[in-house]
Ligand binder design. Structure first.
Ligand code: HDL
Ligand code: ZN
Length: 414
């Protein structure tokens, strides 16, 4: 029997990766009903905080606040000039913008920003959403819904119509990392919480969570945590998680998504771009998975140094589901390393990627770049088993790729 050619195998995998719908399980996008909260088009792309951080590296003497006081279009023009016209766009975020615009058939060749603006101006928000989702075959965009954000809360209080393309996720960082300031927010929202975690405050936190779970019907709850977040701990945030949030999630069969390792605002002058990274103690995750065996955790960690530990701990605890190449790991160098590591130690039992997109058009490059790498890795892995005589059918490939791109997520929520 002739060994199938890797070239044919690669073509089958590339085609199936393109044809198989993916669920984007974590984004910062909003359905068009949220109005200006949905960022889209060239000016929002150019003022993405990843690009702003890179822009300032070329401007040692530019005052941060002077830049941020400029109108968004002026900021965008400055970033375009610096990162695209004065220097080649080779970073993942800048080349990604080109990938997205090229895929949308934007008039890039002229390098003329006004022509790009004119291209996006003719797209309605809903058409734009359909265009981007179709470009990379995304079936669902999961939002990040934060009741502590007054602008988003106002939308929910006005009433938000369902949009079948979008699903919700309830974001609760403030409860876990900003107590007791969050108690004041809860009081503002009508929940009688005080700084001390008294029985009445505990009840108010539970009522707040139930009210928002019932209002937005989230697929999961989510929180990003600093690398220093540790368990067990007398810290109020840790006690809110273990004593209130996790028991409630178990009752409602909801998953907790944890994103661990962000050092918020190491350079506040950079605003949204001012966050950094730190290595977590993986024993915190061991404690969570072991102490709460009937809770399920979607987990992504920010530090490269934690990634192998996450694979090993996920082998020990089936209630941990590693997902995505998050933030400073979302570049080809790390996507390759993490995906190989996870495939080799977890088989197909993980969720390889989420876009984390803040601007609609970014889902195109974040998914295209990942699928290119996934295609190469999967081709090599399947070629090694075919070399043993293990024939890999199209049904095998379609099943496995569907598991990676969507079914592992939806099954984990069940
Ligand atoms: O906390 C998060 O969800 C992170 O993804 C941050 O939003 C981060 O700023 C980001 O946009 N990463 O891609
Ligand atoms: Zn995010």
């Amino acid at each position: 029997m002739s060994t199938p050619s890797p070239a044919r195998l690669r073509q089958r995998i590339i085609r199936l990766l393109a044809e198989t719908p993916a669920t984007d399980i974590h984004t910062h996008l909003f359905s068009p009903a949220f109005g200006s909260l949905l960022l889209r088009g060239i000016d929002d792309l150019l003022t993405y905080h990843y690009l702003i951080a890179e822009f300032f590296r070329w401007h040692q003497h530019l005052d941060y606040d002077v830049f941020f006081s400029l109108p968004r279009e002026a900021q965008a023009a400055a970033v375009w000039q610096t990162l695209f016209l004065d220097h080649s766009p080779l970073s993942e975020s800048s080349r990604g913008l080109l990938t997205s615009l090229h895929t949308l058939r934007c008039p890039l060749r002229s390098r003329n920003l006004d022509k790009l603006r004119a291209f996006f101006a003719q797209l309605s928000p809903s058409e734009h959403v359909d265009l981007c989702m179709r470009a990379v075959n995304i079936d669902t965009l999961v939002m990040t819904n934060n009741p502590f954000d007054p602008a988003e809360r106002a939308c929910w209080e006005r009433g938000v119509p369902d949009d079948p393309r979008f699903r919700t996720a309830l974001r609760i960082d403030n409860l876990l990392t900003a107590w007791p300031a969050a108690a004041q927010d809860l009081r503002t929202m009508g929940f009688r919480a005080s700084a001390e975690l008294s029985p009445s405050t505990r009840s108010a936190i539970r009522s707040f969570l139930l009210a928002w779970i019932n209002r937005i019907k989230p697929l999961y709850l989510m929180a990003s945590l600093p690398p220093t977040f540790s368990l067990p701990s007398p810290d109020p945030g840790a006690r809110i998680l273990t004593d209130i949030v996790l028991p409630l999630l178990r009752e409602r069969n909801l998953v907790m998504a944890l994103m661990i390792g962000v050092e918020r605002q190491v350079n506040p002058a950079l605003r949204l771009a001012g966050d950094s990274i730190g290595r977590m103690n993986i024993n915190t995750l061991v404690h969570l998975a072991r102490s709460f065996p009937t809770n399920k955790f979607l987990v992504t960690i920010l530090s490269r140094e934690n990634q192998h530990e996450l694979c090993v701990v996920a082998r020990k605890f089936r209630n941990l589901m590693p997902f995505g190449c998050w933030w400073f790991l979302n570049s080809p160098f790390f996507i390759e390393e993490l995906t190989r590591m996870r495939l080799e130690w977890l088989g197909l039992t993980f969720i390889p990627q989420h876009s984390d997109a803040r601007v609609l058009d970014q889902i195109i490059y974040k998914w295209l770049h990942t699928k290119q790498i996934l295609a190469e890795i999967l081709t090599q892995k399947y070629a090694t088993i075919e070399a043993t005589g293990w024939k890999v059918s199209n049904d095998d490939l379609r099943r496995d790729i569907s598991d990676l791109l969507r079914n592992n997520f939806w099954r984990f929520l069940e």
